[in-house]
Design a protein around this ligand. Structure first.
Ligand code: SAH
Ligand code: SF4
Length: 376
């Protein structure tokens, strides 16, 4: 007999209906089950009191609700909370909660490591380890929402105040290179019997995997952020190696196509501001030339978060302001991202900091499991 338990966090709404059908249950049972899992944060089938006892008993022997284990949990002085999450074999990814006055944003990871290898990104420097499963992606939202509620004493279920109102796929990894699990997780985020987030409140950030941008527009067109970083192909080739495969002309054309399906009428472009590399006013002017009149967009300038071995420096604030002014004067809405959570290394691009040192991650994992002997 197969004794592997099915992790119900891996199933999207349609798959959960099919799973329940296999157990001889009607679709509305799947909806109930889904609400227990994703709206009440329930992992214990016995607590799902409106399911028939016979169904609960069946589920207990065949299924489980298992989010990835949390290795560490830190809260920054500005309220940003970061979890390091175990995804097996010494790999860990990070999930970051960013509270603001009228919303709570969760930044989630989609891969352990990343193959794109952007020059300024510590996740990229780590190399690609593996794709996260659906359960590991949606499990970050599941874990964070209900952990935040527990911390604040807020009841689970639709009556309790929702902690996470927005999700950004801007953690570790390139979501469009882990397409199917990412799409399934997105569907759960939007489903009314799960998190019920609107498409405008869920943003996927990509380094520009053109064919998958088109696919996303057909399957689950959430808000899109595109990591641009450069105003011409020569510069972008050196920062985002994927540009050699999908150069700016193709990328911008894909952005325009995406807008036909997007929940917002603009694309957010992100520029990681690197001292002396992509932060000069002439480059801002080149960017205006590239974008104006072509793609309705907003620009988000991200102060580079340095990490050892990058060999790059953060642009001085004055340079970022001058860069922003050129864009704003040309009519392109431009914002400068506030850096959050630096004191716990939760800022953009710092997310691999702790994992890069594999030994360290393993020591932590073993410590958590209560291992008395640690071999590096
Ligand atoms: N792979 C996707 C999503 C994850 S990266 C992408 O590249 O868009 C999310 C954002 O963090 C990207 O805009 C990326 O440019 C930015 N980022 C990466 N490293 C950074 C660093 N060291 N400092 C600031 N931002 C960084
Ligand atoms: Fe990957 Fe994004 Fe980092 Fe580039 S910036 S290496 S695409 S995670």
């Amino acid at each position: 007999m197969d004794t592997t338990l099915t992790n119900l966090l891996d199933l999207d709404p349609a798959q959960l209906i099919a799973y329940c059908a296999e157990l001889g249950e009607k679709p509305f049972r799947a909806k109930q089950l889904q609400r227990w899992i994703h709206q009440f944060g329930a992992a214990d089938f016995d607590s799902m009191t409106d399911l028939a006892k016979s169904l609960r008993d069946k589920l207990k022997t065949r299924a489980e609700v298992r989010a990835p284990a949390v290795i560490s949990d830190h809260t920054s002085s500005d309220g940003t909370r970061k979890w390091l999450v175990d995804v097996g074999n010494g790999n860990a990814v990070e999930t970051v909660y960013i509270p603001e006055d009228n919303r709570g944003t969760l930044c989630i990871s989609t891969q352990a490591g990343c193959a794109v290898n952007c020059r300024f990104c510590s996740t990229g420097k780590q190399g690609f380890n593996r794709n996260l499963t659906v359960g590991e992606i949606i499990g970050q939202l599941w874990m964070a929402e209900f952990e935040l509620r527990r911390t604040k004493g807020i009841e689970p279920g639709p009556k309790g105040e929702r902690q996470i109102t927005n999700v950004v796929m801007m953690g570790m990894g390139e979501p469009l290179l882990n397409f199917e699990p990412t799409v399934t997780a997105l569907k759960l985020m939007l489903d009314d019997n799960a998190y019920g987030l609107s498409r405008r409140r869920v943003t996927l950030s990509t380094s520009g995997v053109v064919p998958m941008m088109d696919k996303l527009s057909q399957e689950v067109p959430v808000a899109l952020a595109v990591s641009l970083h450069a105003s011409n192909d020569a510069l972008r080739d050196g920062l985002v190696p994927l540009n050699k495969k999908y150069p700016l002309k193709e990328l911008l054309a894909a952005c325009k196509r995406y807008l036909e399906f997007a929940p917002r009428d603009f694309i957010t472009f992100e520029d990681c501001m690197l001292d002396g590399v992509n932060d000069r006013v002439e480059q801002a002017a080149e960017l205006v030339h590239l974008l104006r009149g072509r793609v309705p967009c907003k620009l988000n300038l991200i102060p580079f978060n340095p990490f050892p071995a990058s060999g790059l420096k953060r642009s001085p604030h004055d340079a970022v302001l001058a860069f922003a002014r050129v864009l704003q004067e040309a009519g392109i809405v431009t914002t400068i991202r506030k850096t959050r959570g630096d004191d716990i290394a939760a800022a953009c691009g710092q997310l691999a900091g702790e994992v890069q040192d594999r030994t360290n991650a393993r020591i932590r994992l073993q410590a958590r499991r209560g291992a008395s002997e640690v071999r590096p």
